[in-house]
Design a protein around this ligand. Structure first.
Ligand SMILES: Cc1cc2nc3c(=O)[nH]c(=O)nc-3n(C[C@H](O)[C@H](O)[C@H](O)COP(=O)(O)OP(=O)(O)OC[C@H]3O[C@@H](n4cnc5c(N)ncnc54)[C@H](O)[C@@H]3O)c2cc1C
Length: 375
């Protein structure tokens, strides 16, 4: 039998894949990936579910839910790579014969994978529906982000207008979610360059040595005060203590939280609060006000001061006296007070802040933790 010439096989053309576009045609690149549209629904699945608080003394339970996009590689041109503090998503589900949609505030992630805290109301259509779902059971439609962020993402990071340095949040219930967004944005940021304020000499081989003024891009957080990062100045990659760096909004960053809950058992976001406190203990001040269960205010792992009793105008004035004094003497753009809580709570909180003599223009009300007109 005559053997098939191997050289012929090497040059044999069976077929050729010809691109149906010219690589030089710039219109192709634009057309291939559609532009990002926040009003376009993306299909997601619930992938993780845990109970954050089980609900005590008449409070409602809170769940932590993780959603992942079913088509993560189907990203759009210009798709935001993170949620900005103050932004929410709309989740739409088929419940019975109806489509029901509600807004939720992702505490971390982006459109391809994010986590929300959901307070479960006894008669709540969506929250009860989510409570009954198991991971991977059905598809949800998600779109967004919606809402005007509390920061100006268009401004360069070096401009103070990007983010004030002295920020107060007054929150109630799941209204703490936008605070947790901001906390991570400025104290536990990912893929953002942080400036080194205090030199650090490595003590282990996997650590970074840092000099004052170095810029370190964080890649991962361990939530124990340490992060993995890449030193842009030296080119080295390793772990480093966040406490030697400046928060993203500057070395004079101050973040104060006044958080209203029923009991300490209702507190959410404690892992993030602890991580931020370990990273920047001098820049973070946390107060929880518990209007019920005052006899049992002790709870392990609570970060901040727990006050027995309702958050009222006097309590706000006591905690914010120093903040008010600082901002009354400074420029308006460097201060921000964000209010986020159930209906009725925002009116009280805005009054309490403006009673301190603070200009109302520094106060911003976010609509989370409330029912909004349905779409
Ligand atoms: C911008 C934005 C962001 C939000 N982010 C979050 C979030 O991160 N986590 C979260 O849990 N919720 C959040 N919400 C509220 C959420 O959108 C729903 O309104 C909430 O989950 C209730 O929906 P439901 O279908 O379970 O209740 P519904 O069926 O709409 O209401 C059923 C019953 O529950 C009562 N109820 C509903 N909501 C409240 C409330 N807030 N306080 C007291 N009673 C209530 C109603 O009065 C009604 O009697 C946000 C809302 C907005 C507008």
């Amino acid at each position: 039998m005559k053997s098939f010439p191997i050289e012929k096989l090497a040059t044999l053309v069976v077929g050729e894949i010809v691109p149906s576009y010219s690589p030089h045609d710039s219109a192709f690149a634009l057309n291939a990936v559609p532009a990002f549209d926040p009003f376009e629904y993306r299909r997601s699945a619930l992938t993780e579910k845990s109970i954050v608080t089980s609900g005590t003394d008449g409070a409602y339970p809170v769940l932590r839910l993780r959603f992942c996009s079913l088509y993560p590689f189907d990203a759009r041109n210009g798709q935001p790579r993170m949620f900005l503090p103050g932004q929410s998503v709309e989740i739409l589900a088929r419940i019975g014969s109806q489509s029901v949609s509600r807004y939720y505030t992702p505490v971390c992630g982006d459109l391809s994978a994010f986590e929300i805290h959901v307070k479960v109301y006894p008669e709540g259509r969506m929250s009860q529906f989510l409570r009954k779902q198991g991971p991977g059971q059905r598809q949800f439609k998600v779109r967004g982000p919606f809402g005007v962020p509390v920061i100006d993402p268009e401004s360069p990071l070096t401009l103070a207008a990007h983010l004030p340095e002295d920020i107060v949040f007054i929150t109630g219930g799941t209204g703490i979610a936008p605070f947790l967004q901001l906390l991570q944005y400025i104290m536990l940021p990912v893929l953002q360059p942080l400036t080194v304020l205090t030199p650090y000499e490595q003590t282990m081989s996997d650590e970074l040595t840092l000099s004052r003024g170095d810029r370190v891009v964080t890649q991962d957080h361990y939530l124990d005060g340490w992060a993995l990062g890449h030193n842009l100045t030296t080119g080295a990659t390793g772990v480093f203590p966040l406490s030697v760096t400046s928060p993203l909004n500057g070395p004079r960053s101050r973040l104060t939280l006044l958080n209203a809950v029923h009991t300490p058992q209702d507190l959410i976001g404690l892992d993030l609060l602890e991580a931020a406190m370990l990273a920047h203990p001098d820049a973070l001040e946390v107060h929880h006000f518990c209007d019920r269960g005052s006899g049992s205010i002790a709870r392990d792992g609570v970060v901040g001061t727990v006050h027995a009793g309702k958050m009222d105008n006097t309590a706000v004035a006591d905690v914010l006296a120093d903040w008010a004094a600082r901002i009354l003497g400074g420029p308006l753009w460097n201060a921000l007070a964000v209010v986020c809580g159930p209906r009725g709570f925002d009116g009280f909180a805005v009054d309490a802040v403006t009673e301190l003599g603070v200009d109302g223009r520094v106060v911003r009300v976010l609509p989370a933790d409330r029912v909004m007109d349905r779409m």
